[in-house]
Design a protein around this ligand. Structure first.
Ligand code: SF4
Length: 335
């Protein structure tokens, strides 16, 4: 177990998003239809800072919500400034619509203080991108991405931080043959990395899109992954070098689940849920209360919880916990 988490994720505003991506567990139309009514839940910035300052050592990175759209959280500008004072970098994943302030203003706020801005991308094909990104305007998204890249270069060339800009892509049937075009587009635009995850199936309507659903789909995924690697290796990236690819890990071609590796999170990172609970990882099992209780903002400072017996027992003993046995985060390439 690390003496302090190297990264802390705050689930700041999971109920807020301006898009309706069909795969999203909380903002797809199917999810919105069954979500309990009520005001959006949000973490308060002072609680976030109190949790950070209670740690035995400050983390290297802070992640604002990866559920919901973090750029809609009213505390984000304050968190950026507070992390700057503490010399912590943010790591931000956004749906790429840059709400409230627009791309230019967000880019100038984030680029000097962020290790990596990951922008969700559905496809290089604009019609498909609009469909997979819940109605996002593809022309606007590309213009905003270029704004982000331009500001990133201006900040870096003035001697400031050089934040990476990545595309985050959920691989599925619809965009499988488009993945190489995304890599080409990324190279042409000067993107640093394309991070590919498999579609996480939350609704029956999405099952047929998963590339992990059959041996035949797994074989096509493996071929597509090779094609992406070849494309990145043979396409010059604007600004030099090549586009880095992550997540392109082969699936077993007999259709069996991928072999499980170690847990990437237990005892290394910390999550603070929107209701204040401390969690060891982003797995649904943790949110659903199926892992041991680690405390919450209202009961114990985060630093004290991290040093406590419960977190240590979990960090050492996760292999014996039932939800960890078949956890998809233990797959090579991620969940
Ligand atoms: S549920 Fe998965 S990610 Fe969470 S602690 Fe267990 S193995 Fe790790």
């Amino acid at each position: 177990m690390l003496p302090a988490p190297w990264r802390v994720t705050f689930v700041t505003n999971p109920d807020e998003c301006n898009l309706r991506c069909p795969m999203c567990a909380t903002h797809a139309d199917e999810a919105r239809a069954v979500r309990p009514p009520g005001a959006p839940r949000r973490l308060a910035l002072p609680d976030v800072l109190r949790a950070l300052d209670s740690l035995p050592a400050l983390p290297r990175e802070v992640v604002p919500s990866t559920r919901g759209e973090p750029l809609l959280w009213e505390g984000l500008p304050g968190l950026v400034h507070a992390c700057g004072e503490r010399r912590i970098l943010l790591n931000v994943t956004t749906n790429g619509s840059f709400p409230l302030r627009g791309a230019e203003s967000w880019a100038w706020l984030l680029c000097p203080m962020t290790s990596d801005v990951k922008v969700s991308w559905g496809a290089s094909d604009q019609t498909l991108d609009r469909q997979l990104l819940g109605g996002r305007d593809p022309d606007r998204a590309l213009a905003d991405l270029r704004t982000l890249l331009r500001v990133r270069e201006e900040v870096a060339s003035a001697g400031g931080n050089r934040c990476a800009v990545s595309l985050q892509v959920a691989a599925r049937e619809e965009n499988l043959t488009d993945l190489t075009d995304i890599v080409r587009m990324a190279a042409a635009e000067g993107i640093d990395r394309v991070k590919v995850n498999h579609l996480q199936v939350h609704f029956p309507s999405q099952r047929g899109a998963s590339l992990r659903r059959s041996a035949e789909a797994a074989r096509r995924w493996n071929r597509a992954a090779v094609a992406c690697v070849d494309t990145a290796a043979t396409t010059a990236r604007r600004g030099g070098g090549q586009v880095e690819l992550t997540g392109l890990v082969d699936l077993p071609e007999d259709g069996s689940p991928p072999p499980r590796g170690t847990c990437p999170f237990a005892g290394r990172e910390a999550w603070v849920e929107v209701d204040g609970r401390y969690l060891p990882c982003p797995a649904p099992a943790a949110r659903d209360g199926l892992l041991p209780w680690l405390g919450s903002l209202s009961t114990v400072p985060l630093g004290e919880a991290w040093r406590g017996d419960a977190w240590r027992r979990l960090a050492d003993g996760w292999p014996d916990l039932t939800p960890c046995a078949d956890c998809s985060f233990r797959s090579p390439g991620g969940a």
